[in-house]
Structures are given as structure tokens and as C-alpha cells.
Design a protein around this ligand. Structure first.
Ligand code: MRU
Length: 332
């Protein structure tokens, strides 16, 4: 496994996800503007990874100027890159809380340390998610023996979307390592095709998978060929409503209709306790050109949708599996 981010002297090194799975290219980011561009253009993507990279962006900014105005300008620039993934805003707030009370001369080194802590904590949270999701998958897999357990996922919530391990895929990898027989339905995820990233990850891990067009999901569930759906999240409201990649909601509806359990896996940094319900979650509208229609065609390109808590069987966090209506028990 390659790393999604690494420190290299005074630079942040990332894997350019706009080129995967065709080319594996690392990029060395040395300035705040590089990090803002990497997040906006989706060279780095996935809620937890965006948060960690933004923290490093603050560290790079403060190496050039570290007064209050520079700190606030860096936070504002990064906060404007992608609105839905709350990990970005969570990480920026954490950086402000740690850095603002310090004398400017102390800030750059402290920012670098705090960004490293955010990255390490994300990896640890995802390892714990894997451990909590494993018994769920093991129980389902036993009931399917000798057939493999058919898991469906959407978008990419694997290690590429995080600092390490992934969220939705973390337990899948753990189950694979534990020797359970698994097969993953990977939906393509129009229009940015993050499903190809998932397919690439699973191929690297020698985990059996099949890539499908997004719209094949309903048919497969109706045919009884899906045992569980697990997805990641970009922002979970306090009532359990969950924003994730566009198309997630349709999978949850189909899963409910066909009696397939639908789970969300995410670290606590993805839960926005200040957001009462899904209606308050900002939905990113991306450039219509991503749809590939001829110029001049009217297009809408919402990048995320919200799955109501009532369609979610459980949310797998580093603290265990929680019913969406009990999420407030996890509030800090
Ligand atoms: O637009 P993206 O690729 O950043 O969206 C990513 C997703 O929707 C993921 O499912 C989510 O961030 C969870 S990642 C662990």
C-alpha cells in the first residue's frame, strides 16, 4: 500500500488521485495554494484525507507568514475549497484552536505537529473502525457459507480516501485478512468514477470484486445478490442523516426495499453535532463539465446526497457500531 500523504522535510507529498488508476504519480506540495488546488481539483479527496491535508496546508501557510491575519486567510482559503466534507472544517477549527493562542513565531512548528497528530489519529480511528466492523461481517459471512459474502459499496471509502486503512473498506480489508470469503460490488460512481479507485485498491489487495454501473445496484439487490451495503460519509448530522457521494441515497432506498442492511462507516471527525439534520448539510455543486455533456447543455452536478437516518442500520465509528438515533451518545 502506498501512503496517501507523507511529510518530506518542509513539504507535503500526496498521491495524485485524478490520475489513478491509470498512473501512480506523487506530488510535492510546498505552498498553501498547492494544497488548496489539490483539494479543489480532487488530487486529494475523501473526507478524512481532505481534513488532514488541509491541516498541513495551514502549516505550509504559516511557514511564510504566521500573524493572525495570515492564519485566518489560510483557514478561509481552505474552508472555501469543498463545502460538504465536514472533516475539512473540523480540522481547520482544530488548527485555529491550537494555533491562535500562540505567539506567531511558535505557530509554524506547532501547526506541523498538530497536522501530524490529525493524520495519526485518523489512521488509528480507521483501524478501530475495522475492528468494530469485523464481527458484523463475520456474522453475516457465516450465514452465507459456503457462498462468499456479497458486499456493495459506493464511491471510494478505502485507504485512498483517508490517511490509512479507509472507513467503509477498513472492515472489508479486516475480514479479508481474517480469511472470510468475500466479494465486493463496486459501483462506478458517476461522474468522477471514484469506483475505479475502489476497484484499484481491491485489486491490489487481491480481494474479489466486480465493477458495476451505478444503476445496476437496484437490479442486483432485487436478485438477492447483495448481503450488505457499506458506504463512507462526508458529514453526518446529529440526528444520523448522512451526506455521502451522490447516488448513496438511491442505494439506501433500494436496500430498504429489498431487506439488505445498509451501514455507514466513519470516524467521529465526520459527525457534525452542530448540524441538527440532513437539511442543514451544504451540498457541493461541482462544475457541470464533469458530466461530459457538450458545451451549452444545461446540467446540474450535485456531488453529494443525504441518506435519512431511518434507512441506516448502523454507523460504524472508532467507538463501536451506533444506531443513528443514538448518535448523540457519542457527542464530546
Ligand atoms: O468527492 P469525493 O471523492 O471527495 O467524495 C468522497 C466520498 O463521498 C466518500 O464516500 C467519503 O468521503 C467517505 S471517505 C472515507
Amino acid at each position: 500500500m502506498l501512503a496517501t500523504l507523507a511529510e518530506d522535510g518542509d513539504a507535503l507529498v500526496i498521491l495524485d488521485q485524478t490520475l489513478l488508476p491509470y498512473e501512480v504519480v506523487e506530488r510535492r506540495l510546498t505552498r498553501l495554494a498547492d494544497v488548496a488546488h489539490a483539494i479543489r481539483s480532487m488530487q486529494v479527496r475523501g473526507a478524512p484525507l481532505i481534513g488532514a491535508c488541509a491541516a498541513y496546508g495551514i502549516a505550509l501557510a504559516l511557514a511564510e507568514a504566521a500573524d493572525d491575519a495570515a492564519l485566518e486567510a489560510a483557514i478561509a482559503l481552505l474552508a472555501g475549497t469543498r463545502p460538504t466534507a465536514v472533516n475539512l472544517h473540523w480540522a481547520l477549527q482544530r488548527m485555529r484552536r491550537v494555533l491562535a493562542p500562540l505567539a506567531p513565531a511558535m505557530r509554524a512548528a506547532a501547526a506541523w505537529r498538530e497536522a501530524g497528530a490529525i493524520a495519526r489519529e485518523d489512521a488509528a480511528a480507521n483501524a478501530a473502525i475495522a475492528a468494530h466492523g469485523l464481527p458484523l461481517l463475520a456474522r453475516l459471512a457465516r450465514s452465507r457459507q459456503p457462498q462468499p459474502l456479497d458486499i456493495m459499496t459506493h464511491c471510494n471509502a478505502g485507504w485512498l480516501a483517508t490517511v490509512a486503512h479507509g472507513t467503509a473498506l477498513a472492515s472489508v480489508y479486516a475480514a479479508h485478512r481474517a480469511g472470510l470469503a468475500l466479494h465486493v460490488w463496486v459501483s462506478e460512481t458517476r461522474p468522477r468514477k471514484q469506483g475505479l479507485l475502489t476497484a484499484w485498491e481491491l485489486a491490489e489487495a487481491r480481494l474479489p470484486y466486480t465493477l458495476i454501473a451505478d444503476n445496476a445496484a437496484g437490479l442486483l439487490m432485487r436478485q438477492g445478490r447483495v448481503d450488505i451495503v457499506i458506504v463512507g460519509a462526508d458529514r453526518i448530522a446529529a440526528n444520523g442523516d448522512t451526506a455521502n457521494k451522490i447516488g448513496t441515497y438511491l442505494k439506501a432506498l433500494a436496500a430498504r426495499e429489498h431487506g439488505v442492511p445498509f451501514y455507514v462507516a466513519a470516524p467521529l471527525s465526520t459527525i457534525d453535532f452542530s448540524c441538527p439534520s440532513g437539511e442543514a448539510i451544504p451540498i457541493e455543486e461541482r462544475d457541470g463539465a464533469e458530466l461530459g455533456a457538450p458545451a451549452g447543455f444545461p446540467v446540474a452536478n450535485p456531488a453529494f446526497d443525504v441518506t435519512p437516518a431511518g434507512l441506516i442500520a448502523g454507523i460504524i465509528t472508532e467507538r463501536g457500531i451506533c444506531r443513528p438515533d443514538r448518535l448523540r451518545d457519542l457527542a464530546p
